[in-house]
Design a binder for this molecule. Structure first.
Ligand code: PLP
Length: 380
C-alpha cells in the first residue's frame, strides 16, 4: 500500500498505539482526588507540555478538544460572541476549511458583517486586500496556516502588525491543522490569540485536537458543564485520546521536513518529465509546504484517476476528502483562479515520513500508465 492521503488523515504511529494502551490501563477520572485520578491528570499535564513545546507557548494556554473542527468552532463562535459589543465586523479568507467557513456563514446570518479575502494566483492570501478590509470595528480574523488542498503557506506572521494599525481590538485566530509540527509556527512572536490543531493529521487518532488561547483573550466556552479545563471545555477529558495526541506531539518534534519535501519534489518532477498536459497548483517554494502536492491532469476526471490508482493500492485524494466524500468542485482551486477543467482533474498527493523513494517511483509508473489509458478512453 502506498498511502499518499496524509492531509486527510495519517496512520497512528506505533508509539501512539502504545500510549493508547497505557492510557487505557490508567482509567481514572482526572477530576478524582485519589491516586488513579492524579495519574490520569498527570497524563493531561504531560500532554499540555508536549503540545506547548511545538508552539513555544505556556502549557497553561492549551485546551484539548475533539479536533480541528471543534477548535475552529470554539474559537470563532466563542470569541465573536464574547466580543460582540466591540464590533460586528469579522474577516476570513475564501480558501478556508468548511469548519471555518460554515461558522462564518452562520455568524453572517446572525448579523455579523463578513469580509472574505481572496488570494493571488499562487493561492497566497492577498495582504493588500486584507489591509483594505480591516476596519475600526473589526473584532476577529481567522486565517489558515497551510491550505489543505494546495499546501500553500499563508503569510500569517504579517497579519497582526497590520491589524494593530487599523483594528487594534481584533483577535487573530489561526487554523494550523495542516501545518502544526510541519512548518514554522511561532504564535507568540506573530501575535496569534487563538490557534487550532488536530491530532489525526500528525499520526495520533481522530477525535483529538487542541485550541491554544492566549492570556486575556475574551472567549465564551463552547461546551458547558462540570467546569473541566478551566471552565473552557467541560466534560470528563478524553484521557486516551489526549495521551495519543501527546505522544504524536513528542514524535512530530523530530519531523524531517526536508525528507518529505524531497519526496514531493521527486513526484512533481517525475510527473512533469513523463506526463504532458499537467498543471501543478502550487505556491512559490518559500510559501509551499513540503507535504502536499496538487496536480491537475488535464483531459480526465480526477475521481476516475483516483480509483485507477487505487487498483495499484495507491491512495490519493481529489481535494479535501475530510470535508466531504461527495465530489464537489473545489472552492479553493476556484478561488485561486483555476479553470473548471483544472479543478475537475485535480489530484492531491500528501506525504508522510513513512513514504519511500521507491513508493514515489511506483506512483510515477502507475500515473504514466493510468493517465494515458484514461485519456485514450476519453478521446474515443
Ligand atoms: C485546514 C483544516 N482545518 C480543519 C480541519 C478539521 O479538522 P478535524 O478533522 O480534526 O476536525 C481540517 C481537516 O482536514 C483541515 O484540513
Amino acid at each position: 500500500m502506498i498511502y499518499l492521503d496524509n492531509a486527510s488523515t495519517t496512520k497512528p504511529s506505533s508509539g501512539v498505539i502504545d500510549a493508547i494502551s497505557d492510557a487505557l490501563n490508567n482509567f481514572g477520572n482526572p477530576s478524582s482526588m485519589h491516586r488513579l485520578g492524579i495519574d490520569a491528570e498527570n497524563i493531561i499535564k504531560k500532554a499540555k507540555e508536549n503540545a506547548s513545546k511545538i508552539l513555544s507557548v505556556s502549557p497553561n494556554n492549551i485546551y484539548f478538544t475533539s479536533g480541528g473542527t471543534e477548535s475552529n468552532n470554539t474559537a470563532i463562535f466563542g470569541a465573536c460572541h464574547a466580543n460582540i459589543k466591540k464590533g460586528k465586523h469579522i474577516i476570513t479568507s475564501k480558501i478556508e476549511h468548511p469548519s471555518v467557513l460554515t461558522p462564518f456563514k452562520m455568524l453572517e446570518e446572525e448579523g455579523f458583517e463578513v469580509s472574505y479575502i481572496g488570494t493571488d494566483e499562487n493561492g497566497i492570501l492577498d495582504l493588500e486586500e486584507f489591509e483594505n478590509e480591516l476596519r475600526e470595528d473589526t473584532i476577529f480574523v481567522s486565517i489558515m496556516l497551510v491550505n489543505n488542498e494546495t499546501g500553500a503557506i499563508m503569510p500569517v506572521d504579517k497579519l497582526k502588525p497590520i491589524m494593530k494599525k487599523k483594528s487594534p481590538k481584533a483577535l487573530l485566530h489561526i487554523d494550523a491543522v495542516q501545518g502544526f509540527g510541519k512548518v514554522l509556527l511561532k504564535p507568540k512572536q506573530w501575535g496569534v490569540d487563538l490557534l487550532s490543531a488536530s491530532g489525526h493529521k500528525i499520526h495520533a487518532i481522530k477525535g483529538t485536537g487542541l485550541l491554544y488561547i492566549n492570556d486575556n483573550v475574551l472567549i465564551k466556552p463552547f461546551i458547558c458543564g462540570g467546569g473541566q479545563q478551566k471552565n473552557m471545555r467541560s466534560g470528563t477529558e478524553n484521557v486516551v485520546g489526549i495521551s495519543a495526541f501527546s505522544k504524536a506531539c513528542e514524535e512530530i518534534c523530530n519531523y524531517n521536513a526536508e525528507y518529505v519535501r524531497n519526496l514531493r519534489e521527486k513526484l512533481k518532477n517525475g510527473i512533469l518529465e513523463n506526463i504532458d498536459r499537467v498543471k501543478i497548483n502550487e505556491a512559490v517554494s518559500e510559501y509551499q509546504a513540503g507535504h502536499i502536492l496538487n496536480v491537475s491532469f488535464l483531459g480526465l476526471r480526477s475521481e476516475i484517476l483516483l480509483h485507477s490508482l487505487e487498483m495499484h493500492q495507491i491512495y490519493v485524494s481529489t481535494g479535501s476528502a475530510c470535508s466531504t466524500n461527495k465530489p464537489m468542485p473545489s472552492h479553493v482551486l476556484s478561488a485561486i483562479g483555476c479553470s473548471a477543467e483544472e479543478i475537475d482533474s485535480a489530484i492531491r498527493f500528501s506525504f508522510s515520513e513513512d513514504i519511500t523513494d521507491e513508493d514515489i517511483d511506483k506512483t510515477i509508473e502507475a500515473l504514466i500508465k493510468e493517465v494515458a489509458t484514461i485519456r485514450k478512453y476519453v478521446r474515443k
